[in-house]
Structures are given as structure tokens and as C-alpha cells.
Ligand binder design. Structure first.
Ligand code: C5P
Length: 232
């Protein structure tokens, strides 16, 4: 898959999400459906967005015992989505089970990627709240290597870490990176952020933006600015 901008459709219901998509007349987008929208609407919203011709990263970050994740992945993969994900913290055996579950009857499957550390996490929080003493970058590289060992296609990480992950795991290992902000924009609750332009220089494959686009006065204009900075 070539470098692309993914819009996080973090909306409270399907109607709001579809109204938002209507603004992008005739554009085929890559969108991310996360917990808020999926838990509100269920599989029907995924099918509706696919029918409109958009690609979907279904971001439900599965994390459970391997057998449960395998079954969950089977259900999600059958919705015809393009990317699905799990938490790398669920261990290699859980990630392997996710991959197995993602394979459809016809042999195809979505890309399966793993969340390393959420982009809202800091080293200080890891240490104080989770009792993880390692450097955050060491945990990210370690989790990425585990994902590779499990046969996954890539990881979710901050764009600031994408170069480091690729150097450690391989250039063809996909990095999907939220935590993207314009210099002149709000950071919100994101901690490890950078701009679309810098994300391109670092070499990440996909950038994910939610609020900078969805909350903008003119979302199409902001999206086009992202595409120009990141894809061209
Ligand atoms: O609004 P914003 O641009 O911060 O949205 C980022 C999106 O990426 C959110 O949907 C968030 O759940 C998701 N995400 C993230 N960090 C991760 C994985 C996913 O911010 N590590």
C-alpha cells in the first residue's frame, strides 16, 4: 500500500460520520473507525462506509486471551476491512492467533498491525503507573520485534518512532502513526506528536489524523493540506 493519510472518524454516531464524509464529494478516502463509532453502530457502519468505496482501518485494539482474539478477528476480518489491530502487550501468541483469525475463506486478509505504546503515553506514566522501568523507545522497538516475530504486517506508533522501528525491524514493516499535528494547531491529549511534513521525512507509511481534520472549520481544506505535505 502506498503512503496515505487516514482520517480518524471519532464521531458519536453513524449519521454524524456519514454527514462528515459527504463533505468529501467524489473522494475515495482511507478512514479509521474506532471504538466510539463501532460500539455505537456496529458492523453496519463499516459496511456502509465500504459501500461508498472508502478504505477502512478498523481500530479496535484487541487485547484478550489468544482464542478470544482469534474469534474476534475472524468476525472483524469478514467485514472486508483493510487494516485491523491488536495490542502488542497481548504477547506473541495472542498476535499469532489474531493473524490466523484474520484469514478469510478465500485466503485474503486485512493488514494486521499491533499498537506498541499509545501516543498519549509518556515514559513517566509508564514508570509511575505501570511499573515499567525500561526506556519508552526500548519498549516500542521490543514490541515491534515481537509483532514481526508473530508475522504481523506492522505497528501503530508515534511518527517520531517510525524511523527507529523501521531500522530495527525492516523497511517494509508498516508504520501507522497517529499523533500528527500542524505546528499551528492544538495538541489535545497527544504527547508524542509531529507534523505531516516531518512524518514524511521520517518515512512512516500512514499518518492518522482525527480532530485536526474532523473539528476543522473546513475539513476538506485541512485534509488536502495533509495530503500535500505528506503524500506529494
Ligand atoms: O484526534 P487525534 O488526531 O488525536 O486522533 C488520533 C486517533 O488515533 C484517535 O482515534 C486515537 O484513538 C488513535 N490512536 C492514537 N494512538 C495510538 C493508537 C491509536 O492516538 N497509539
Amino acid at each position: 500500500m502506498k503512503r496515505d493519510v487516514i482520517i480518524a472518524l471519532d464521531f458519536k454516531d453513524g449519521k454524524t460520520a456519514l454527514n462528515f464524509l459527504d463533505k468529501f464529494v467524489d473522494k475515495k478516502l482511507f478512514v479509521k473507525v474506532g471504538m466510539e463509532l463501532f460500539y455505537a453502530e456496529g458492523p453496519s457502519i463499516v459496511k456502509e462506509i465500504k459501500e461508498r468505496g472508502h478504505k477502512i482501518f478498523l481500530d479496535l485494539k484487541l487485547h484478550d486471551i489468544p482464542n478470544t482474539v482469534k474469534g474476534g478477528m475472524r468476525s472483524l476480518s469478514h467485514l472486508g476491512v483493510d487494516i485491523v489491530n491488536v495490542h502488542a502487550a497481548g504477547t506473541i501468541s495472542m498476535m499469532k492467533a489474531a493473524l490466523e483469525g484474520s484469514i478469510r475463506e478465500d485466503g485474503t486478509r486485512p493488514l494486521v498491525i499491533a499498537v506498541t505504546q499509545l501516543t498519549s503515553t509518556s515514559e513517566e506514566r509508564m514508570k509511575e503507573e505501570l511499573l515499567i522501568e525500561s526506556k519508552i523507545n526500548d519498549t516500542i522497538v521490543h514490541y515491534a520485534k515481537n509483532a514481526k516475530k508473530a508475522g504481523l504486517d506492522g505497528v501503530v506508533c508515534s511518527p517520531l518512532e517510525a524511523g527507529m522501528v523501521k531500522n530495527a525491524v525492516g523497511m517494509d514493516f508498516i508504520t501507522v502513526t497517529p499523533g500528527v499535528r500542524f505546528d499551528d494547531g492544538e495538541k489535545g491529549d497527544q504527547v508524542r506528536v509531529t507534523t505531516p511534513k516531518n512524518a514524511k521525512e521520517i518515512g512512516t507509511d500512514f499518518i492518522v489524523l482525527g480532530r485536526p481534520i474532523t473539528q476543522a472549520e473546513n475539513p476538506v481544506e485541512v485534509y488536502n493540506r495533509c495530503v500535500k505535505e505528506f503524500c506529494e
